[in-house]
Design a protein around this ligand. Sequence first.
Ligand SMILES: Nc1ncnc2c1ncn2[C@@H]1O[C@H](COP(=O)(O)OP(=O)(O)O)[C@@H](O)[C@H]1O
Ligand SMILES: [Mg+2]
Length: 257
Amino acid sequence: MPPPILDVRNLHKNFGAVTAASNINVSFTAGETVGIIGANGAGKTTFVNMITGYLKPTRGAILYRSREITGLPPRSIARLGICRSFQVSQVFVSLSVLENLLTAVAIASSPGLGMLRPLRRPELIERAERIMERYRIAAFRDQLASELSQGARKLLDIAMAVAGGPKILLLDEPTSGISTEEKQPLMDVVMEALKQDELTILFVEHDMEIVERYVDRVLAFYQGEVICDAPPAEALRDPKVQEFVIGGEYQAGGGHA
Ligand SMILES: Nc1ncnc2c1ncn2[C@@H]1O[C@H](COP(=O)(O)OP(=O)(O)O)[C@@H](O)[C@H]1O
Ligand SMILES: [Mg+2]
């Protein structure tokens, strides 16, 4: 086994009396695609926030390539190669698709100074255009982000998250707010684009068909604990996952019951 790219040890997070993460021990291998599932309030976003530096754990450690990153600010963690998208899209609605990507590319290429440098340098435009092609949003290049469909806006959001060439990408509910028909085509584009970079992907997802189709491994959360860590076929049949996550509504391989 190669050493893990990300190693989470005894991670714990309290919000007052609420335990949002409890004794989480899990490690990830480079190139894995991992689905994070769990009912609302189970601790999925808290987990993502701690890994990406948006929340400091109450205790425990996070190691990225054997280096401790626990409690570092989000920008430092992003610079090391761990990037994310949010549950609610973070694109600048009053900028065009190209301008949004140029901003992301500029920030990634000169951390801290990105916004101060001229954005329209040819090499930045070229890079932004390459990303647009891969995420199939080149047709909307000069449209305002506010005019995009939910699906295209999500693609832009994810494209911006990878502008800095991360090694690990965390996506918090990438298909939330997307219609059922749009979900699978959206994830096809995202996964195909991400696979080209051999990224390690952790994504929070409620749709078990999406989970079953795209992930190598499932982490199921319940009340801040990981209650199952297994390949999707196994995880979706796990009695605890059935009871606390799926509620018996979904049968692996058979769609919705
Ligand atoms: N900033 C916060 N302050 C207080 N409680 C929070 C905060 N963030 C999350 N929580 C609580 O922690 C638990 C886990 O929340 P969260 O990680 O957002 O769950 P999920 O993403 O799985 O829906 C919930 O009980 C939630 O109310
Ligand atoms: Mg959440």
